[in-house]
Design a protein around this ligand. Structure first.
Ligand SMILES: [Zn+2]
Length: 449
């Protein structure tokens, strides 16, 4: 079965046919680096990581190029730095590292290319100049704007008509616009704002042009897959299509547009005032990264997801089951399960893939198949012993492994001495600390509950 993907451009699920199977190219909009990533930011990262893994499995690891940008010049960054007094460069660098660290904890592979906007300004200036030359952009009051009415297909990707676009909350009305739907390609920078020299004065790029210029530089004028959150379809992706297509004389920009669904948290829209604003950084203090990853994967990527702490606990228990199976069953085959592969090829059906994972775990005797399939899903990447000892979730400040081994040794001696009261009280003490003992033929093993 070929890989099938739901293409937002056509609103159908269709066979994925790459332009060049030797060089399959995917671009996903990356973070604007001014604050810790929240769980809504993590969803596209994990969803497109599954696609990246599937493409590598299908076309070979050397035949897939995944680019995800870093937006390190943006008004939100400028505002945050002004607020806190931190230097912009320090803020963006620190946030970029934290992002990579957090996404790594969620088992997301590092993309092949992570272009930073500030390192691609020249390409953006060239593209803007080309758009002006071809009549698709104009200069007004030190700004350069894209002329939406110059592109007949504007609105095709998002399926919006003109009125809906103008009513869209993100369309900014400004006096220098010829048309309210026109959007900024370049804007002037004040003395204390980051800026670059350009034919239109010292300024900085708009957000949309960043992705058009960086994807062209690294993936070419036409490439296979562009991904991002559903909230980016309009205006961001609509504008990327307009800019790239017009700058390239009408050449197709992207063949497959993929979008993940919205994230709710505890049944509501995530917001700091509701106290349900979950950063990945904070969640990692409480849960192993794989549990957070699985909680995201248990809902199909295109469906809305209600992310809850209860769901996270369930995901943790699911992983316990799978790791227990890994611990108990002997190694046999070494290929990922066909059923798991087929589920992923069907528009990344991760919930179905997980059903098959549990079948595998129950079947027994397929340890390597479970492991290989887990690798495709980016889970079960820890040693089962470490997982149950809680090492996968970092230091929780409780009993250390040595403390636990000590107490277990004491309990063993108490049992040899037939001091069952002491032995029982030691067991209780461990249990109170969340340590579960399992007495078996080979002695006592333990895990954190
Ligand atoms: Zn983008």
């Amino acid at each position: 079965m070929p890989i099938q993907l739901f293409n937002t451009l056509k609103r159908i699920k269709e066979d994925f046919v790459p332009i060049d199977p030797e060089r399959v190219r995917m671009y996903v909009c990356g973070p604007t680096v001014y604050d810790f990533a929240h769980i809504g930011n993590a969803r596209p990262v994990v969803a497109f990581d599954i696609l990246y893994r599937l493409l590598r499995e299908t076309y070979g690891v050397d035949h897939v190029i995944y680019a995800r940008n870093i937006t390190d010049v943006d008004d939100k960054i400028i505002a945050r730095a002004a607020e806190s007094g931190e230097k912009i460069g320090d803020l963006t660098q620190r946030t970029e590292l934290a992002f990579l660290d957090d996404m790594g904890s969620l088992g997301a592979m590092v993309p092949d290319i992570q272009p930073r906007a500030t390192e691609h300004i020249a390409g953006m200036v060239t593209m803007i100049a080309d758009l002006i030359k071809s009549g698709h952009a104009y200069v007004a009051e030190d700004h350069v704007l894209f002329n939406v009415s110059s592109y007949d297909d504007y609105g095709h990707l998002s399926g919006r008509n003109r009125d809906e676009m103008i009513a869209g909350a993100r369309v900014e009305i400004a006096p220098y616009k010829q048309d309210p739907a026109d959007f900024v390609l370049w804007k002037p920078s004040a003395e204390d704002q980051p800026g670059w020299d350009s034919p239109w004065g010292r300024g900085r790029p708009g957000w949309h042009i960043e992705c058009s210029a960086m994807s062209e530089k690294h993936l070419g004028r036409t490439f296979d897959i562009h991904g991002g959150g559903q909230d980016l379809i309009f205006p961001h992706h609509e504008n990327e299509v307009a800019q790239s297509t017009c700058a390239h004389g009408g050449e197709t920009f992207v063949n497959y547009w993929l979008h993940n669904g919205y994230v709710m948290v505890e049944g509501e829209k995530m917001s700091k005032s509701l106290g349900n604003f979950y950063t990945v950084h904070d969640l990692l203090d409480e849960f192993p990264g794989e549990a957070i990853r699985l909680a995201l994967l248990k809902t199909h990527y295109r469906k809305p997801l209600d992310f809850t702490k209860g769901g996270l606990q369930n995901a943790k228990m699911d992983l316990d089951k799978l790791y227990r199976a890994l611990k108990e069953t002997p190694a046999q085959s070494s290929a990922p399960s066909n059923k798991v592969m087929e589920a992923l090829k069907d528009d990344l059906n991760t919930p179905l893939a997980m059903t098959y994972m549990f079948e595998l775990a129950q079947g027994g005797g397929a340890r390597d198949q479970l492991l290989a399939s887990g690798k495709l899903l980016g889970i079960l990447q820890h040693d089962p012993e470490d997982w149950f000892k809680g090492k996968a979730s970092g230091d929780d400040g409780g009993l250390s492994d040595t403390d636990i081994d000590d107490l277990i040794e004491k309990r063993k001696q108490a049992r040899v001495d037939k001091d069952f009261a002491l032995s029982d009280s030691l067991r209780d003490e461990l249990q109170n600390q969340g340590i579960i003992l399992e007495d078996g033929a080979q002695g006592t093993t333990w895990r954190r509950s």
